[in-house]
Write a protein that binds this ligand. Structure first.
Ligand code: ADP
Ligand code: MG
Length: 322
């Protein structure tokens, strides 16, 4: 790595590590997980042109690069401990202006969640910008919100609202006309997602299974059902639709809510006897939680419309390989 890139890391990404940790500057970072806890770790790779527009605001991109990873910790009920940042930088991004905005967005979210940047790797790229973040968290193993932990009879819940990120993307890609001028209200969900870490922590010992809705509600709930060997019935009328989608054509709203990805909210299951506990977890963490259906023993996924009829042709989520 050229000397100037060491300077860039030192200038933009090196922060004093918290007490007891060794951060940026050595061959490895060192930290000790809290006693008795399992380490939860996850990595997401973001590629220019595939996961973000080349002209995206660098501060928002820094925020989102970490947010999508924190969302995975949230979905497991894990407390953030630290993170690593891998950057493949085209020449035009290895500029102080771009890097300082990116670092500002990244580090502000890292500070907000006490998730210090402990290291990473940086290289020049001739093939666009690539960002790879690894997060580390801590969770008592028995309380992790695993995908295989749903049980027939559980309620199915989601946090926040559905549909906004997908609608923003459709408008920005000119697949949907923005006839109502909703883009400004929809865009923050796509570009500045708010990972539900506090809710994930509050759901320890309350919820059974959890997942974040990064690939769309039906696809991600499908992962829980597959892993748990069961099925689900959802009530369309109970879905918490993003307020900015009020008045949009019903078909578009349905597709965005059921199939739209990039929703850094949680979908989780909990026993009926825990309803009060889920409401309290929502209140305690400042998250809106909505009950949208039930887990059933039979392995099928049905969405009932307001008249109680099953929806035909359910939209599937986003799958990189389809
Ligand atoms: P190595 O040769 O061991 O890979 P590097 O020269 O790549 O070390 O990195 C030097 C130090 O800077 C290491 O502590 C590494 O973790 C850190 N570092 C490199 N790139 C980044 C980055 N993008 N963000 C944070 N820390 C980084
Ligand atoms: Mg290196």
């Amino acid at each position: 790595m050229p000397a100037s890139e060491f300077d860039l890391i030192g200038r933009f990404f090196k922060r004093p590590a918290p007490a007891g940790m060794l951060g940026v500057g050595d061959d490895c970072a060192l930290f000790t997980p809290p006693a008795g806890m399992a380490v939860a770790t996850s990595k997401d790779l973001l590629l220019e042109g595939r996961h973000f527009f080349p002209d995206v605001d660098p501060e928002a991109l820094g925020h989102k690069s970490l947010a999508v990873n924190l969302s995975d910790l949230a979905a497991m009920g894990a407390q953030p401990v630290g993170c690593l940042l891998g950057l493949a930088l085209p020449a035009e991004r290895a500029e102080p202006e771009w890097l300082s905005a990116f670092a500002r967005g990244f580090l502000a979210l890292a500070d907000a969640h006490a998730c210090p940047l402990l290291g990473g790797d940086t290289t020049r790229s001739d093939a666009g910008l690539a960002i790879s973040v690894t997060v580390f968290g801590a969770v008592p193993a028995a309380q992790a919100l695993r995908r295989d932990a749903a049980r027939p009879g559980d309620d199915i819940w989601v946090s926040g609202f559905l549909g906004a990120a997908d609608a923003a993307l459709a408008i920005m890609q000119r697949r949907w006309p923005d006839s109502r001028g909703s883009l400004a209200a929809l865009r923050p969900a796509l570009e500045r997602p708010d990972p539900q870490v506090a809710l994930g922590l509050a759901l320890r010992g309350v919820a059974h299974a959890g997942i974040d809705i990064s690939d769309g509600l039906l696809q991600d709930l499908g992962h829980i059902l597959e892993a748990s060997g069961c099925g689900a019935v959802l009530q369309e009328a109970d879905l918490p639709i993003a307020p900015a989608l009020a008045g949009w054509p019903a078909e578009q709203v349905r597709a965005a809510a059921l199939g739209g990805g990039d929703v850094y909210q949680l979908c989780f299951t909990a026993p009926v006897a825990m309803r009060q506990g889920v409401w309290q977890a929502g209140e305690q963490s400042g998250a809106r939680v909505t009950r949208i259906g039930s887990v059933i023993a039979e392995r099928r996924l049905t969405v009932l419309d307001a008249a109680g009829q099953p929806l035909p042709d359910l939209p599937s989520g986003f799958d990189h390989f389809c």
